[in-house]
Design a protein around this ligand. Structure first.
Ligand code: SF4
Length: 490
């Protein structure tokens, strides 16, 4: 069954939640950490500001003054939560921060991060990007043994494991806990006198490591993306390696493996869509990858056309690459309104496709009478693409050739990206021609898997492509069932 049209009579649609980009894979979370800076909370605030695109649901910062942790987390955007006054109440030279889009656990304030606990290991705060694939099982065991959980997020499992560990040393307790969990995690753990960051053994989610000079002293910074370093003037040094933990304390910085690295499975969607183009992710420029995606797409699927138009913002770089390779003009024939809030109350008089129109507007004098190649970075349910194709035709496009700069998305993600269920993924249930008809495009083409691999320079199978192939690098048998059971239980 093709996706249903929105029913304007349905009161649920009067609140235009389509502004939350329901027809897309959702961003996951952003993590930031700093050690050794007198304005640590301010650095975390700026870092989170740069990482806002990774999660707009809630944000939080925990700092340490060497004796106690101080935390603030709330629903909302970074700029809304962290006023000067709030930041003043986050003293100390160490801080961790988090921006969240829920990928596991319900969307509520209790699930906002960093998680803070006071346990036999002292005060601890934890910020996590990723998704634990065995969290339901481990949580069940912990609950059976008497643990009481405050929230539904998988991240809390790590803190409970640490609290139960007989290891007194924090590093050893963390290592023991990490050995018990499976899946994707890039995390930052803050105690009163030390900061530890760690990454899972396959390196699903990014975590970069940098340095910042302040009055002749070195401060260390860690972030999901290097764009956070640029804002605070930090220098990128390296990635935290898969299976590695980095400890920073008064004794200096120590890098060591917490477990052996496994063959890497970097999330390729970071390059296709999630990360900012001005970031280096997995050691490679996202902008370069996106332009290469467009070039590969142009070579694989050319079309007779007059110009190339991106679906902004995330389709822009791929469209630039496509236009350059195809030797066609690149034009901003669709303009995005950047000031649309997260929700909007629809006026009484219903306007068709209102949600998309609020965000995107075609530039008629560019499009009218033209054969347009429309480049987008993904086609998940297909509903938004159809609206955009219609919008282009209404603006006078003679032909619309839809080009998608990644392969068809066929399977859900279990590694920290919020994806629709398989039955909602249009490519998992329909052939190319049916999807083309549904989107009402004159032609439709996706980038091939080989084209994607080539574009991110993946010569050693170092990336995860599971949402395109349905082949997972870790054991996920039974996860779907467990997730469904857990949802039913509430
Ligand atoms: Fe990324 Fe897709 Fe792999 Fe998830 S399944 S980690 S979204 S490539």
């Amino acid at each position: 069954m093709m996706p249903q049209q929105e029913d304007p009579a349905d009161p649920a649609h009067h609140r235009v939640d389509s502004l939350k980009e329901s027809d897309a894979f959702h961003d996951e979370c952003g993590v930031f950490a700093v050690y050794g800076h007198p304005e640590a909370a301010n650095m975390a605030y700026l870092g989170l500001y740069a990482l806002q695109h990774r999660g707009q649901e809630s944000a939080g910062i925990c700092s340490s003054d060497g004796k106690h942790l101080h935390c603030t987390k709330k629903k909302g955007l970074v700029a809304e939560i962290f006023t000067k006054r709030v930041i003043k109440d986050l003293p100390g030279k160490m801080a961790i921060g988090h921006t969240r889009y829920s990928t596991a656990g319900e969307s509520n304030k209790l699930n906002a991060q960093p998680f803070f606990v006071e346990c036999n290991k002292g005060q601890l705060a934890l910020a996590h990007n990723g998704n634990l694939t065995n969290s339901i099982e481990v949580r069940g065991e912990l609950e059976a043994a008497g643990s009481i959980f405050q929230a539904t997020s998988d991240t809390e499992v790590i803190l409970h494991l640490m609290a139960r560990s007989r290891e007194r040393n924090l590093k050893h307790a963390l290592r023991e806990s990490l050995l018990r969990i499976e899946g994707a995690f890039s995390l930052a753990l803050l105690a009163k006198d030390q900061l530890i960051v760690a990454r899972d053994q396959r390196g699903f989610r990014p975590l970069a490591f940098g340095k910042l000079k302040h009055n002749g002293h070195d401060a260390y910074v860690f972030a999901s993306e290097t764009c956070a370093f640029d804002l605070i003037g930090a220098t990128y040094i390296d990635d935290v390696h898969p299976g590695e933990m980095i400890l920073v304390s008064k004794d200096g910085l120590v890098r060591e493996p917490w477990a052996p690295a496994l063959p890497t499975s970097h999330c390729v969607f970071e390059h296709v869509y999630f990360s900012r183009p001005d970031s280096m992710v997995f050691g490679r420029s996202v902008e370069d990858s996106r332009q290469m995606l467009g070039r590969s797409l142009a070579r694989e699927s050319p079309a007779s056309a007059d110009l190339v138009v991106p679906v902004p913002d995330s389709g822009v770089s791929a469209a630039i690459g496509y236009a350059a390779e195809a030797n066609l003009p690149f034009r901003m024939g669709l303009i995005r309104n950047h000031y649309v809030g997260r929700t909007f109350i629809e006026p009484k008089q219903s306007i068709r496709d209102f949600g998309v129109k609020l965000k995107l507007n075609p530039v008629q004098h560019i499009i009218e009478g033209q054969r347009v190649i429309l480049v987008d970075d993904s086609l998940v349910r297909g509903t938004t693409s159809r609206k955009i194709v219609r919008m282009m035709r209404q603006a006078g496009a003679k032909e619309v050739h839809l080009r998608i700069s990644c392969p068809p998305t066929m399977s859900p993600c279990y590694y920290g990206v919020d994806t629709p269920d398989k039955d909602e993924l249009i490519a998992a249930n329909h052939d190319l021609e049916s999807i083309r008809k549904y989107t009402e495009a004159d032609s439709l083409a996706y980038l091939s898997l080989e084209g994607l691999k080539e574009s991110v320079h993946d010569r050693h199978d170092g990336y995860c492509y599971s949402c395109y192939t349905g082949r997972y690098p870790t054991d996920v048998v039974g996860i779907e069932q467990l997730v469904a059971e857990h949802r039913q239980k509430g």
